[in-house]
Design a protein around this ligand. Structure first.
Ligand code: 13P
Length: 248
């Protein structure tokens, strides 16, 4: 899978233009392609993507089912736009909006209950990597929010390893650092759900992944694709990353 995460970029018209360009350029990808857009784009972009293999993700959803939560957007609302995925647990949500493992567990449950697949992000900050605690950090993130799921529910989970120190910094994890962590994550999934499920789990890498380094990152056995921020905002770059995945 190659998934884009537009974050808080692109107004509605710009978003529709980018989605249209992607639709015109991505006809027969050999991997799943997903674009994550702001809430306000979802319904319009879903319309643009009709008949396209590109799938659509929200970048968040509420931790409540429905009701008096001014300004929030529920998983059911996301699903009603035609989106198939929801990105949850992104480090920016954890850091700036104080989303705890418990809150994320609620969101994951609601997303799955409403028929959305979840791209669940995990990853350590720079100090944790420097202290050598990255494995424990990632394990705790999985234990806290998704490892309670049944094997059946797990089929709708995609993991994205995004080392926080690599996001938007131009500092990419080396292919070895990415592969080491992805292999570790897969081993944790195997402990929980068995070898076969672990083998079928998609584990994406995110963090300054771009059209230049994607092929090398994707050449690792346990790196199944990417979750792309900055480079997903330019159609040519995003398409080149899809191409790199197709050729991996
Ligand atoms: P960048 O690709 O801009 O580093 O962002 C990665 C990311 O956070 C994707 O979710």
């Amino acid at each position: 899978m190659v998934a884009g995460n537009w974050k808080m970029n692109k107004n509605l018209q710009e978003g529709i233009a980018l989605a249209t360009e992607l639709k015109n350029n991505v006809k027969n990808p050999a991997c799943a392609v997903v674009i994550g857009t702001p809430f306000i784009h979802l319904a319009s972009v879903a319309e643009v993507l009709k008949g396209s293999p590109i799938q659509l993700a929200a970048e968040n959803c509420a931790d409540k089912d429905k009701g008096a939560y001014t300004g929030e957007v529920s998983a059911e609302m996301v699903r009603s736009t035609g989106a198939q995925y929801c990105i949850l647990g992104h480090s920016e949500r954890r850091a700036y909006y104080h989303e705890t493992p418990e809150i994320l567990k609620e969101k994951v449950g609601l997303a799955l209950a409403n028929g959305l697949k979840v791209i669940f992000c995990i990853g350590e900050v720079k100090e944790e990597r420097e202290a050598g605690t990255q494995n424990a950090v990632v394990k705790a993130q999985l234990d806290g929010s998704v490892f309670h799921l049944t094997a059946e529910e797990w089929k709708n989970i995609v993991l994205a390893y995004e080392p926080v120190w690599a996001i938007g910094t131009g500092l990419t994890a080396t292919p070895d650092q990415a592969e080491d962590m992805h292999r570790y994550i897969r081993s944790l999934v195997a402990e929980k759900y068995g070898q076969q499920v672990a083998g079928e789990t998609t584990i994406l890498y995110g963090g300054s992944c771009n059209e230049k380094n994607a092929a090398e990152l994707f050449s690792n056995e346990d790196v199944d694709g990417g979750l792309i921020g900055g480079a997903s905002l330019v159609a040519d770059k995003f398409c080149a990353i899809i191409e790199a995945r197709n050729n991996a």
